[in-house]
Write a protein that binds this ligand. Structure first.
Ligand SMILES: *Cc1c(COP(=O)(O)O)cnc(C)c1O
Length: 352
């Protein structure tokens, strides 16, 4: 630490991203897609677009917001885009909960929520999950605090139903409810329709997982026009050009290519179900994941030990050294072939 860092940030504990590697490994640690992005993405990143990089990107993001709005049947003024959905979550938590505001989230969820709460001076309540890792909806009824929930939740993969989400949103009319749908494409029940009915709901999504574009850094939030106006006010006070021209073009092309992504997502879901069955047959306890990862635990071997043995075999998975989940691994669903290699490797390790 230099002697210049503000006192406010001295005690900040930053988010720890999953490891990125250059050597050839089977990478199942950060929930990326095993597939390349849609070919349409390559088509729009033309020389013509590159030659225009001398100009600033469009701060209004008209092209991308319209493409997203069309997909979800909303108007473009209900769409806010960020440099990854982390950016959207940061603006929302800063703007609606910051400087002494209140926020609650599940105690086991996306690791970034507590970090944002910390950096923006938000009082955070972390509500325990039930023993089976599910969220008890009753804990969030009439909460009188802002709420952020990942649905499906991470790293458990468990999802709330549409009706459960509506109960939470409708019982907290004077607080913002952020539903982080980073993994929704993989078979949960989206609450996106509710943004037309409730003005206290912000639904966030990302291109990183379902759209094979983690490296592009694009995410978005959909909510009432007033919420989006507020987010834009913050954005224009902080970083008006938060998306670059290449990202805008690429993401707009990707979101329109349903045919390509529906097929890839279906393959990932099929591989998830196959891998779940294989791991359960090996005696693993797995949650009923609705995401592109598996959350698994075995009585035969501690999770931390299994993670390091897999690593020795060139397979990376995510281990969280955290109470209640420290005997679980979060394993991204990769290609069918890579998952077979994983299962074979686990079999070898646990039967040795
Ligand atoms: C991956 C993830 C995000 C962030 O995704 P971006 O890459 O920043 O778009 C947000 N929420 C959850 C729950 C995630 O797992």
């Amino acid at each position: 630490m230099s002697r210049f860092l503000s006192k406010n940030y001295e005690k900040l504990v930053p988010y720890t991203p999953g490891e990125q590697v250059n050597v050839k490994v089977i990478k199942l640690n950060t929930n990326e897609s095993p597939f390349p992005p849609s070919p349409k993405v390559k088509e729009v990143l033309s020389e013509e677009v590159i030659d225009k990089l001398n100009l600033y990107s469009d701060p209004e993001l008209k092209e991308l917001r319209s493409a997203i709005a069309e997909q979800f049947g909303v108007t473009h003024d209900m769409v806010f885009c960020g440099n990854g959905s982390d950016d959207v979550l940061a603006f929302a938590i800063m703007g609606f909960c910051g400087a002494g505001g209140k926020l609650c989230c599940p105690d086991i969820s996306y690791g970034f929520y507590p970090v944002y709460a910390d950096i923006f001076g938000v009082e955070l309540e972390q509500i325990p999950l039930k023993d089976d890792f599910s969220i008890d909806v009753n804990d969030y009824i009439g909460k009188n605090k802002n709420i952020v929930i990942a649905n499906p939740n991470a790293p458990t993969g468990l999802a709330l139903s549409f009706d459960e989400v509506e109960k939470i949103v409708s019982s907290n009319p004077d607080n913002l409810v952020i539903m982080d749908e980073a993994y929704m494409a993989f078979c949960g029940e989206s609450c996106m329709e509710l943004v037309k009915k409730y003005d206290n709901l912000l639904v966030t999504r990302t291109f990183s997982k379902s759209h094979s574009l983690a490296g592009l850094r694009v995410g978005f939030g959909i909510g009432s026009k007033d919420i989006i106006d507020d987010l834009n006010k913050l954005k224009y006070s902080f970083n008006p050009y938060n998306l670059n021209t290449l990202s805008i073009k690429a993401a707009a092309a990707a979101i329109a290519d349903n045919e390509y992504y529906d097929d890839k997502i279906a393959q990932i879901v099929e591989t998830r179900e196959k891998t779940l069955a294989d791991l359960r047959a090996l005696g693993f306890k797995c949650t009923d994941s609705k995401a592109n990862f598996i959350f698994a635990s075995s009585d035969k071997i501690p999770a931390s030990e299994l993670a390091s043995k897999l690593r020795e075999n060139g397979i990376l998975v995510r281990y969280f050294n955290k109470a209640k989940i420290d005997n679980y691994l979060r394993i991204t669903v990769g290609s069918a072939e890579d998952m077979q290699t994983l299962v074979d490797c686990i079999k070898k390790i646990t039967e040795a």
